[in-house]
Design a binder for this molecule. Structure first.
Ligand code: PAF
Length: 282
């Protein structure tokens, strides 16, 4: 499995695939610290585009706020490459910060109306950084398919809007949330949790399950669903809720009642670690 370091090398790789008359290319953008959730994205990509899967590994500085964890974000490059290769990656794209943001870089992508909702409200500038780097990756790799996890559901909404608006030509494929056996959604940030916090963190998936069971029983009213989720959070006093939202997955605007495809999302601070989870209403 080749490791590409420059945008030009990635472009060249894409061109070669094209010249050889291959179908499209799949891109799996990541920030590394790969876990079973990422593995499921790479596997899904390799299933539909075997031999043409690029996995990018880039801890993107522009999506971190000044007091966030950019410096300490887990960096596990050798293990990431091994996992990506095992799951069917064809190449790794691992550029430097200077490669992605050349000196004097002044161009950013803002997705108005969505970038400041949910995680964007709590993390100003976060989605601007995400949209910018993903636009750069899609522009360089020109994939026909780009794979993202449902766990970052608000990110998916922002990127879908951006891809449609800029006519970037890639289809966004969303893969289901992968969970530990006790329900905790996999996240590269779970490694920050102490063993006590690891237990407290289960409150997020408990709130999600509570809402899913109410919906399964016929409840649709946003106020009732949010109240039920709040009361689950109230059981775990150490955990500080950030948001609980029932929103249209396209616009990220609140809805009064849940319809199929509506996004129910939560975010909370467990100690110093901010975790998110969600479910799509059936
Ligand atoms: O979801 C992530 O890991 C990141 O936000 C992404 C999409 C790779 C952009 O840096």
């Amino acid at each position: 499995m080749e490791i590409l370091r420059t945008v030009e090398e990635l472009r060249q790789w894409t061109r070669t695939q094209r010249c050889e008359g291959r179908d499209g290319i799949a891109l799996v953008p990541t920030m590394g610290a790969l876990h079973a959730g990422h593995a499921s994205l790479i596997r899904a990509a390799a299933e539909v585009r075997p031999g043409h899967v690029a996995v990018s590994i880039f801890v993107n500085p522009t999506q971190f706020g000044p007091n966030e964890d950019f410096a300490k974000y887990p960096r596990t490059f050798a293990a990431d490459c091994a996992l990506a290769e095992r799951e069917g990656a064809t190449v790794i794209f691992a550029p430097s910060v200077e490669e992605m943001y050349p000196a004097g870089a002044a161009t950013f992508v803002d997705v108005d109306g969505l970038s400041d909702r949910l995680d964007g409200a709590s993390r100003p500038g976060h989605f601007r950084g995400v949209a910018t780097v993903v636009a750069k990756l899609l522009n360089a790799a020109e994939p026909d398919l780009a794979f993202f996890g449902q766990k970052d559901a608000a990110q998916v909404a922002v990127l879908r809007r951006m891809v449609a608006d800029l006519r970037l030509g890639a289809k966004i494929v969303v893969c289901p949330i992968v969970r530990e056996s006790d329900g905790l959604a996999l996240s590269s940030r779970n490694v920050y949790l102490s063993s006590a916090e690891r237990k407290q963190a289960l409150v997020l998936s408990r709130a999600i399950r509570r809402v899913e069971s109410l919906v399964a029983g016929g409840e649709r009213l946003s106020a009732v669903l949010m109240e039920a989720a709040c009361s689950v959070f109230a059981e775990e006093l150490e955990v500080r809720m950030d948001y609980i939202e029932l929103v249209d997955w396209g616009t990220l605007w609140p809805v009064l009642s849940a319809a199929p495809g509506t996004l129910f999302a939560v975010a909370a601070w467990v100690g110093k670690t901010r975790l998110i989870d969600n479910t799509i209403i059936c």
